[in-house]
Write a protein that binds this ligand. Sequence first.
Ligand code: ADP
Ligand code: MG
Length: 277
Amino acid sequence: QEEAVFPRVTPEGSRPAKESNAGELGAESISAWFGTHQVLDRVSLSMPKGKVTALIGPSGCGKSTFLRILNRMHELVPSAALAGAVLLDGQDIYDPALRVTQARRDIGMVFQKPNPFPAMSIQDNVIAGLALTGTKRSKDEKEELVETSLRRAGLWNEVKDRLRQPGGGLSGGQQQRLCIARSLAIRPRVLLMDEPCSALDPTSTRRIEETITELTEDVTVVIVTHNMQQAARVSDQCAFFLAEAGTPGVIVEWGDTDAMFNSPQDSRTNDYVNGRF
Ligand code: ADP
Ligand code: MG
């Protein structure tokens, strides 16, 4: 297994991370392995505060792996190795001196398959993540946080009369919005979303897109999506990942979403965003 080394080299063709600004999330020269299989090769990306970054690209090019790396989840896989750094506010979240709960305290994550605690009430699901932050809150504060978080996730009106009912009784789309509310309740600075709408109906998808666009200013969002219309609708910037014939994933092109869709610089980006892949 590869020893985790920390080269600060910038691969040709990928954009170097900028100096990290406050609240900015930066991946610096990230390489990742599962055993001896390398899946990412020196990926650098800076995700500015309050902006939405979409990660696009074909299946298997390492988007989910990259997203999990941003939340220090790569180390959960026994055979995994990593090189590079992830900086949040200039702090490397892989710093061994930083406990993993500390590293994740400001980061929310939403997966493709909604995963609320099914037997737990809707209101308790929303505040389930608070234990992590260790902050004590009064009953009134909790009630207010439940309402605010559900409102931000576009779910309040549908569930306000049944907050004590189990989360598992909601529809798939509602469950996903509940998971988003649970992520928002910790007041994250970063929200990571891995294809959050790909299993959902159009109404829930629209609600989630509205939530994402309303979050800007105080939350940095990174979303993996296969839906190019969605990427165009919700993101400020896009990164196009590609793993060509047996090579590890790299970022082929990175930039403002409008530019990526209207005047891509690389012919492979052009082919991908126009559905020719
Ligand atoms: P994407 O999200 O772009 O579809 P992934 O990050 O899921 O890509 O996968 C990238 C590569 O890493 C694939 O070759 C996949 O098989 C491999 N991979 C992902 N997770 C694991 C794992 N836990 N163990 C071994 N290989 C993995
Ligand atoms: Mg994936």
